[in-house]
Write a protein that binds this ligand. Structure first.
Ligand code: PRP
Ligand code: ADE
Length: 178
């Protein structure tokens, strides 16, 4: 059931103090990837949420780099395609970019100009929501390309950083909250 899967996922998240900077408690999802059942549980829970709550998803949009670990698996389950939002300078051809702040630094997010078409219904996927800077930047890229953001999905939400407020009016679904 839902609860057993959530607990399995929870048991495969580790916390490292002062990484990558002093004062940051880093939530490490690598053990989830290393355990086939835990990774399957994440995708099962994501899929169930989408099927119960969202109508017609055209594309999954995943965020560099850890959104790439979960996004394509979910996209395959749903039978839809996957689009990459990358850190600046990694994508060939015409691109659109936006700069943003994150919990421990600054970055620039980029998509290929033809990655999404106007009116397409997309779901944003990442491993973790901290300040919301990264997902907000992805939503901004979708706005620029006139795609419709159905919501954001993450494995982990860090509640004290209020990323949810930054992402309004977009809805955020998370499996674990700290
Ligand atoms: C981490 C994490 C999220 C983002 C969350 O990625 O994977 O994408 O930070 O922080 P925010 O909500 O404050 O924006 P990071 O930029 O460290 O890159 P990585 O995935 O390449 O490790
Ligand atoms: N990305 C931003 N903040 C993070 C944290 N505390 N742990 C893991 N990834 C993060």
């Amino acid at each position: 059931g839902w609860e057993a899967k959530l607990q399995l996922v929870q048991r495969h998240v580790r916390a490292f103090p002062d990484f990558p900077k002093k004062g940051i408690l880093f939530r490490d999802i690598c053990p989830i990837l290393k355990d086939a059942a835990a990774l399957k549980a994440v995708i099962d829970l994501f899929e169930e949420h989408v099927r119960n709550n969202l109508q017609h998803v055209d594309l999954i949009v995943g965020l560099d780099a850890r959104g790439f670990l979960f996004g394509p698996l979910l996209a395959q389950r749903l039978g839809v395609g996957f689009v990459l939002v990358r850190k600046k300078g990694k994508l060939p051809g015409a691109t659109v970019s936006v700069s943003y702040d994150l919990e421990y630094g600054k970055a620039e997010a980029e998509i290929q100009e033809d990655a999404v078409a106007p009116g397409q219904r997309v779901l944003l996927v990442d491993d973790l929501l901290a300040t919301g800077g990264t997902l907000h930047a992805a939503a901004e890229l979708m706005r620029k390309q006139q795609a419709e953001v159905l919501g954001c999905m993450v494995v982990i939400e860090l509640k004290e950083l209020n990323g949810i407020d930054k992402l309004k009016p977009h809805r955020v679904f998370s499996l674990l909250q700290y």
